[in-house]
Design a protein around this ligand. Structure first.
Ligand SMILES: Nc1ncnc2c1ncn2[C@@H]1O[C@H](COP(=O)(O)OP(=O)(O)OP(=O)(O)O)[C@@H](O)[C@H]1O
Length: 214
């Protein structure tokens, strides 16, 4: 069964603006990490937003678990986002006022998960990602590499079938970039998740199972 695919996809920011993706059709492979590459401005970040149902395509469809989603009502898209999609962005952009553990469990609120269940899940994930000791710290008190691992925990907390990541290694040194890639590869293989990483980083491209060039 297909987890994530796009059909005849195009997107314009404005009515008369340039069309991005030019009618892209592609099926992402479950259990694999796909690197989304291409020159700056080609629409890598925009495609992640369209795949993440945050932007509506001007033509074509995003299909998740065999269901066309792009034209679905806002409430349905929000529900699908909360339950099936996880996001990791460059700089991890964690809320500076929340503790690490509170940042990790925040997406569970939208998915209606019991707080104690969420806390237990978050503790396990932070343990697996090697940042459990930082649970009660604020983002300003941890390193960039640790923050990125926390962002990955946040993306995994609702056990999504798809993870969308935008330049997740952009600010990381080689050792931290390698550890984030290890986590993504394991997350893909362990549960047949579909992982899409928009990147310019040759290291990420070398670790990806598949490459989609825009
Ligand atoms: N909010 C917006 N409104 C209008 N145009 C936008 C907006 N965001 C991006 N664009 C334009 O859409 C195009 C694609 O941008 P996008 O950021 O998706 O490209 P990218 O491939 O991710 O680039 P980069 O590798 O530099 O991050 C660019 O021409 C950009 O200027």
């Amino acid at each position: 069964m297909s987890v994530l695919s796009v059909k005849d996809l195009g997107f314009r920011y404005t009515k008369d603006g340039e069309e991005l993706f030019g009618g892209l059709s592609y099926e992402f492979t479950p259990g694999k990490v796909t690197a989304l590459t291409g020159p700056s401005g080609r629409g890598k970040s925009t495609l992640l937003y369209v795949l993440g149902l945050m932007l509506t395509p001007s033509r074509g469809e995003v299909i998740l678990h065999d269901q066309p989603q792009s034209m679905a009502a806002d409430a349905i898209r929000s529900k699908v986002r909360a339950h099936q999609l996880g996001f990791v962005f460059q700089d991890s952009s964690l809320d500076p006022s929340r503790t690490i553990i509170d940042s990790v469990i925040e997406p569970t609120i939208y998915a209606g998960v019991d707080r104690q269940v969420a806390l237990d899940r978050a503790a396990l994930l932070l343990e697996q990602l090697g940042v459990a000791a930082r649970s009660d710290h604020k983002p300003g008190q941890i390193s960039g590499g640790q923050a990125q691992r926390v962002a990955v925990a946040r993306a995994l907390i609702n056990d999504p079938s798809v993870i969308l990541a935008d330049e997740p290694t952009g600010n990381l040194d080689p050792a931290n970039a390698a550890s984030v890639l290890d986590i993504f590869c394991e997350a893909a293989a362990a549960k047949q998740r579909t992982i899409v990483i928009a990147t310019h980083d040759p290291y990420v491209i070398s670790r990806a199972d598949e490459v989609l060039e825009l």
